[in-house]
Every structure is written in structure tokens, then in C-alpha cells.
Design a protein around this ligand. Structure first.
Ligand SMILES: [Zn+2]
Ligand SMILES: [Zn+2]
Length: 194
């Protein structure tokens, strides 16, 4: 039990307890710099003393260094997510891909995660060449979906991973669309949905 906890809890702390809270209370700073303010960083480290390593390895849930990536892959190996496709294997062999592919991409997506939280201006200014596809129309959709992930429908964890929605929609079409309220809120922030 302790072993599983040591794999699950750090991610829970960095992603749900820290990151999901930070993007709501520190939107402006994160929008400009792609990371939370120093004050909030120290406060979070004090708040979760048992998870300081995972918080630091993930820049407070905003990214991942090599240790952060290793622990995320460990998380995937020990969660049912990559194996859910097996349930449907009998009827639709290709459905296995809908779970395997996004699962493999999840840790990789944490590398560009911080750019999803930046304002349009900061993103254009700071994004490195190998992530410039995030400035395209398709990339714009990824940014919007990640916004929805944080502010609405936030139980849909795939939606900031490139192609994940397309792949999952091919088989079950369960991805949620933003509701009226979310669309109105996004418009206010300049994030128009077509
Ligand atoms: Zn999340
Ligand atoms: Zn995020």
C-alpha cells in the first residue's frame, strides 16, 4: 500500500493540489512567466512538506525534469489507464490505441505544458522553435482545451495532449464540449471557440 501511495500521491499533490489551485489564484503571473510566483512556490512547499521532491521535480506541477518524467511513467505503469483499451479489445482491436497512445504522450506533454498557460503575447515571445507548432490553429485548440481542462470539465485529463481527443473521439466520442457559461468566460479572456 505504501508503495502505491508513493507513486500516486506525488502526482496528486503536484497536479491537483498545487497546479490546479495555482492557475486559479495566480493566473496573471503564470500567464506571463509560465510558472507561479516565488511567494506561492514557497508557500506550497511549506504546505506539502512530504511532497517537496515531486513539487520541485515538476516545477509545482507545471513541467517535469528527468526525475519528474520517470515518476510520471511509473504512474502510468501502475494505473489502469493504459490498460483500459484491453476491455474493448474484443470488439474493436484498434481501441487499444486510444488508451495507449495518450498514455505514452502524457509525460511528454508536460514538457510543453507551461506554454499552454501563458498569455498569447508571452507564448509567442518565449516559445522555443521546436514547440512553435503550438502557435498554429491546431496548437490554439490545444491551448483552449487545456483552459477547459482547468476551468470546466476538468475530469477529462486527455484533452491537453495533442491528437488525444481526435483518437478517443474516433471510438467513443465521449469528450465533453464546453457549456454556455464556459464559452462566455473564454470569450471574456479572448479565447474564442469556433
Ligand atoms: Zn489537471
Ligand atoms: Zn495545466
Amino acid at each position: 500500500m505504501k508503495f502505491f501511495n508513493s507513486i500516486f500521491h506525488p502526482f496528486y499533490a503536484q497536479h491537483w493540489l498545487a497546479h490546479h489551485k495555482h492557475v486559479i489564484i495566480d493566473t496573471k503571473h503564470i500567464g506571463e512567466h509560465g510558472e507561479c510566483s516565488e511567494h506561492l512556490r514557497l508557500k506550497t512547499l511549506q504546505q506539502y512538506p512530504k511532497n517537496t521532491a515531486s513539487l520541485l521535480n515538476s516545477s509545482m506541477g507545471m513541467g517535469a525534469n528527468i526525475y519528474g518524467l520517470i515518476s510520471q511513467y511509473a504512474l502510468l505503469i501502475f494505473t489502469p489507464l493504459p490498460y483500459c483499451g484491453l476491455v474493448f479489445w474484443h470488439d474493436q482491436p484498434w481501441s487499444l490505441l486510444t488508451y495507449l497512445l495518450p498514455s505514452l504522450l502524457l509525460p511528454l506533454s508536460t514538457i510543453y505544458h507551461k506554454y499552454l498557460h501563458m498569455s498569447d503575447v508571452s507564448r509567442r515571445k518565449k516559445i522555443p522553435w521546436y514547440f512553435r507548432w503550438l502557435l498554429s490553429n491546431a496548437g490554439d485548440q490545444v491551448v483552449k482545451k487545456h483552459f477547459i481542462h482547468h476551468h470546466m470539465n476538468n475530469d477529462h485529463n486527455w484533452n491537453f495532449i495533442v491528437f488525444a481527443d481526435t483518437i478517443t473521439n474516433l471510438f467513443n466520442g465521449t469528450n465533453l464540449e464546453p457549456d454556455e457559461r464556459t464559452i462566455a468566460y473564454m470569450k471574456k479572456l479572448g479565447l474564442e471557440m469556433e
